[in-house]
Ligand binder design. Structure first.
Ligand code: NAP
Length: 514
């Protein structure tokens, strides 16, 4: 959710640090191309790639051309659009911590400002590993390219914004340190902490569903809701990211950011306006009230797992510990499921289930809100009828949509009841293809809209929640890894754990309609 206009994106020079990398190829270049194709990219937008890799402007252009042809969600590639964009694509070679590279970059920025009229507007995109972020910021500062600015001048010139990719820190302390460093260099309004889930259409629709429809708000509270569950499940393993993931784990990689961001959107109070800070104030309040799990509570309310090897769909898949880049005795978790609570008036006593995992039975990201059942006076006693409570599921990906489960009479002379789903599939309801998250987010950075980016306090509060669990895990390493088979819904212990609430099947994995 954010303010609506797209026309206020400003012409600027986007400098991508680490432009030879995977993110530029898969996401950033295709996003810029698709914005140009939709005529949403301001005419004079310039892209400069920066990195250590030796490349000419022409080689960089060819590389991006190939990337767009391979990864753009719109196909075939429109060569005329590409050509118009390619003329404004450049590459600057340089080390991340040496002044010479930045002097060259500054020269180029000034030249291009003069030639193409980009008004001194800059976006610095940190598409580099976290260890390189501070050296880049310091070098930019030393080169005079990084200045604190509360706002652009009146003609919309001289904007400077910096985009930070995840991971943003690896625990509360490191996130605080990084934020403090950034705070010393930039105003918060210049800082864009990326969580690409927030750019997804279906995630933006969570707020629309809640606050543009009157029927949900009355039941969106503890009196009516039995539990809220956020699931991010993947069928794939760590693929070629074993080295990175083994240092990270699923709690840091997915739950601390994507899962908690989804939770805040589903549970926050209506914001006073669509202003970025009004929205982020409400999200931060949820995170402040999210019950921290510490000590013994971690053992009771958190399940962690690591996948074993096995056969999925007739294909042999390796155990996590046998993946390239992973330590053979790794204790890194590839699955986490937990139960906590939001201790405020709206959600008091409602279990909040959060789950994320790899090599699970199905690929899905969804939010489920299950409502309390009826007293069952009329139908509950009938033989063979198992009524299930109403449940609203917001499907984020794939198969984006919204479905509501309710009970219906089966046509016929007998009083037979069945659970049915009322489904709203995004894809067929709206024929136009949804833009990719990075398109929306890049455009928002160009317009200075920060509602879809995490604010400093949100990030630190989310780390506060994750860090108490990580600390407890460090004290008590898991005795039983690997502990779940690929292609399942996680460790058996999570089944037993959630069975206490008799909602396991709803908590981890979807459950049958009938
Ligand atoms: N890829 C994704 O889909 C994705 C998704 C979410 C978040 N992210 C985040 O976005 C950032 C960029 O992702 P990426 O996949 O593009 O990363 P990457 O391919 O590993 O690295 C990007 C570039 O950074 C430079 N680099 C790599 N390791 C370095 C090191 N140790 N020291 C100095 N420079 C180094 C390299 O460029 P040169 O050698 O040319 O300097 C490399 O091409 C990362 O922070 C990542 O966590 C990525």
């Amino acid at each position: 959710m954010s303010d609506t206009g797209t026309h206020d994106a400003q012409s600027c020079i986007v400098v991508i640090f680490g432009a030879s990398g995977d993110l530029t190829r898969r996401k950033l270049a295709p996003a810029l191309y698709n914005l140009a194709r939709e005529r949403l990219l301001p005419d004079r937008t310039v892209l400069i790639g920066y990195g250590r890799t030796e490349m000419t402007d022409q080689q960089f252009r060819s590389r991006l051309h190939q990337a767009v042809a391979e990864f753009s969600h719109t196909q075939p590639l429109d060569e005329a659009v590409w050509d118009s964009l390619a003329g404004r694509v450049f590459y600057q070679r340089g080390a991340y911590d040496e002044a010479a590279g930045y002097r060259g970059l500054q020269r180029r920025l000034r030249e291009l400002d003069g030639q193409l009229g980009t008004g001194g507007n800059r976006i610095f995109y940190m598409s580099i590993p976290p260890s390189v972020v501070l050296p880049v910021l310091h070098s930019l500062r030393d080169a005079g390219a990084l200045t604190r600015r509360r706002r652009c001048d009146e003609a919309g010139q001289g904007c400077l914004r910096v985009v930070f990719e995840k991971p943003f820190g690896r625990d509360l302390e490191s996130a605080r340190r990084l934020n403090a460093e950034i705070d010393g260099l930039l105003e918060e309004c210049q800082v864009f902490r990326m969580d690409h889930y927030l750019g997804k259409e279906t995630v933006q629709n969570i707020s629309v569903l809640r606050f543009a429809n009157s029927i949900f708000e009355h039941v969106w509270r503890s009196e009516s809701v039995r539990y809220v569950r956020v699931t991010v499940a993947e069928t794939i393993g760590v693929e070629d990211r074993g080295g990175y993931f083994d240092q990270t784990g699923i709690l840091r990689d997915i739950l601390q950011n994507h899962v908690l961001q989804l939770l805040t959107l589903v549970t926050m109070e209506p914001p006073a306006s669509l202003d970025a800070d009004a929205i982020r104030d409400e999200k931060a309040k949820v995170l402040r009230c999210l019950r921290r799990l510490e000590g013994e509570e971690v053992r009771r309310s958190v399940v962690r797992g690591q996948y074993d090897g096995g056969v999925v769909d007739g294909r042999e898949v390796p155990a996590y510990r046998d993946e390239p880049g992973v330590e053979p005795d790794s204790l890194t978790e590839t699955f986490v499921a937990l139960r906590t609570y939001i201790d405020n008036w709206r959600w008091a006593g409602v279990p909040i289930y959060l789950c994320a995992g790899k090599r699970l039975a199905e690929r899905l990201t969804e939010v489920a809100v299950e409502f309390k059942g009826v007293p069952r006076v009329l139908f509950g006693a009938m033989e063979g009828v198992e009524l299930r409570a109403n449940r609203l599921v917001l499907r984020i990906q794939p198969d984006e949509g919204v479905s509501l489960r309710f009970v219906s009479k089966v046509p016929g002379l007998k009083m037979e009841l069945r659970n049915v789903e009322m489904d709203f599939p995004y894809g067929s309801a709206f024929p136009a293809a949804s833009p990719e998250a990075y398109e929306r987010l890049l455009l928002d950075v160009m317009a200075g809209r920060s509602a879809l980016f995490a604010r400093r306090d949100e990030v630190e509060l989310a780390w506060e929640f994750a860090t108490t669990i990580l600390e407890q895990w460090e004290k008590e390493p898991p005795p039983d890894f690997p502990n779940y088979k690929p292609g399942t819904w996680g460790p058996i212990s999570s089944e037993a754990f959630f069975a206490e609430d008799t909602v396991y099947d709803s908590v981890v994995g979807p459950h049958p309609t009938a």
